[in-house]
Design a protein around this ligand. Structure first.
Ligand SMILES: [Zn+2]
Length: 159
């Protein structure tokens, strides 16, 4: 599925991971809009993993507060998914991530989610995006430029 992500969001996640996420997992809530054939991302909210919960839990209260704030300011905004860092593991969501993401979508009553993994391999930091649908991840076709998904979203916003 096509996903439009502004380059500054991609760059911010990578920069924050390099700065803060080398030794413990950090996460971001991803906000935007679900369209029939594509997703558009327009905001991320940093969300530390809640230290009182176990390693795989996200601080949902903070995300829900952010969602309420965005809804008040921008109108129609969906919480699309979560990006998290893998300081010590690979490019792809783990089996634990998969289970957590499937549960997360079910709890939010959403069919499609957008999940990202940021990690460092040798010297390069990589941010990979995955669309989760019907329990299966596929690699997101990300448009960082002002491609078709972005233009369609802009048109909608302008109306
Ligand atoms: Zn993970």
């Amino acid at each position: 599925m096509l996903v439009s992500i502004p380059p500054e969001i991609q760059e911010r996640i990578v920069a924050e991971f390099v700065r803060d996420g080398r030794d413990h997992e950090i996460a971001w809530g991803v906000f935007g809009r679900r369209h029939e054939s594509y997703l558009s991302v327009f905001c991320i909210v940093r969300c530390e993993k809640n230290p009182s919960l176990n390693q795989t839990d996200i601080d949902h209260d903070k995300l829900m507060q952010a969602a309420a704030f965005l809804l008040a300011g921008f109108g129609d905004v969906d919480l699309l998914g979560i990006v998290h860092s893998h300081p010590h593991s690979g490019f792809y969501p783990s089996a634990t991530d998969h289970q957590a993401d499937v549960n997360w979508l079910r709890e939010n009553d959403d069919e499609i989610g957008l999940f990202g993994i940021v990690c460092t391999h040798s010297t390069a930091t990589v941010l990979n995006w995955f669309v989760l649908k019907s329990g299966v991840y596929s690699e997101a076709q990300v448009e960082h430029d002002k491609g078709t998904a972005w233009q369609a979203w802009q048109k909608e916003v302008d109306q």
